[in-house]
Structure formats: C-alpha cells, structure tokens
Ligand binder design. Structure first.
Ligand code: ZN
Length: 181
C-alpha cells in the first residue's frame, strides 16, 4: 500500500517493512522470516518492477522482526545490506543482542529459542551523518546500541525502526528504554 508518494508499506508483515520507489528500489527492514516471497511478489505484482531493481536493504536495527528476510532477499536480488556497525556485529553473530530486564527478558529468551536467523555479514556499514541511497543516517541508540533512523529528505519522511512506538494514543519512546542492560 502506497502510504506517501513513492513509499510503500507491505501489509501483513511483522514488523513494518517499507519499499521506497525511485529509479532503484530500497527496502527498509524486512520483517520476520519466511516472508521473502511476499516481498518479492510486492515488487513484481504491485510495483511492476523486477527483483533486481532492489539495490539496497537498510536495516534500522538487529532484531529478528526487522532482519528476518534480509539474507534470502540479498541472495535472490543481489541487493546490498546496510546497518550500523554495532548492530552489524549482532547480525553477524559476533555479539549477543542486549536484552531488557524483567518480563521482557523472558519474552526475548522464548523468542530466541525458536526464532533464529542464520547470522550474516552486512555489506555496508552506515554511521551517523552518512548518506546512502538518498537517506541520511541518524544514530539513535536506545532500543539497541546500533539503532538508526533514516531520513528521506525528498519526501520529508523519517523511518525510526523501534526507537519510538505508538502506544496508548501517543508516540513515545520504546518501553523501558532506560532498563536495557
Ligand atoms: Zn526491535
């Protein structure tokens, strides 16, 4: 579904997954695993483009519900995957993602026990102030150490990953950010 001219939200994928349409296609986050076909179908059927038009996959952070289809999509399209170096280490399996304290820790342990993705190397490391595929990179640590926001200055849209969420009728910081260890 086109939510802003040139920005498409692919419905039915957890978490949000966006395609930005220019001469090249850019994917922002990829959702939980096993949705690769759905994303490719969106490119071919809805956008009438070819999978090889997808040149860049930008990952806002290392959580499984954002990186789940990145590796498979890279293999099928040749797109380059970009992330912040601190989360790239988690994605590559070199570091463990820091988990929150309390109840959320149990939830993450449970999720981690049956939801895993094969570790992979990110192709492009992006840091605060960088520009890639028309997006300015802002380092926004908190939800994860390497969380980034991506600003599309042409459309004046900021993609924030899980740094902020909509809860109880308001946009607010991710719950218990200060308790992450
Ligand atoms: Zn997250």
């Amino acid at each position: 579904m086109e939510i802003v001219p040139g920005i498409h939200w692919i419905e039915g994928i957890t978490a949000h997954c966006y395609i930005v349409v220019d001469k090249e296609l850019t994917l922002i986050d990829t959702g939980m695993p096993h949705k690769t076909k759905k994303i490719l179908r969106y490119i071919t059927d809805e956008l009438q483009r070819t999978p090889s038009d997808l040149k860049t996959i930008l990952l806002t952070h290392c959580d499984i519900d954002h990186i789940g289809n990145a590796l498979e999509l890279r293999n099928l399209t040749g797109a380059k995957i970009a992330a912040h170096p601190q989360d790239a280490e988690v994605i590559a399996g070199k570091k463990i993602r820091m988990t929150p304290k309390g109840g959320m820790r149990i939830l993450f342990k449970l999720l981690g026990s049956f939801m895993r993705v094969k570790p992979f190397q990110v192709d492009i490391m992006i840091n605060d102030g960088d520009n890639l595929s028309g997006f300015s990179v802002l380092h926004t640590p908190g939800h994860t150490m390497g969380s980034i926001a991506l600003y599309d200055s042409k459309r004046r849209v900021l993609f924030i990953g899980d740094t902020l969420g909509y809860r109880d009728g308001a946009v607010q910081a991710h719950r218990k950010v200060s308790l992450w260890t």
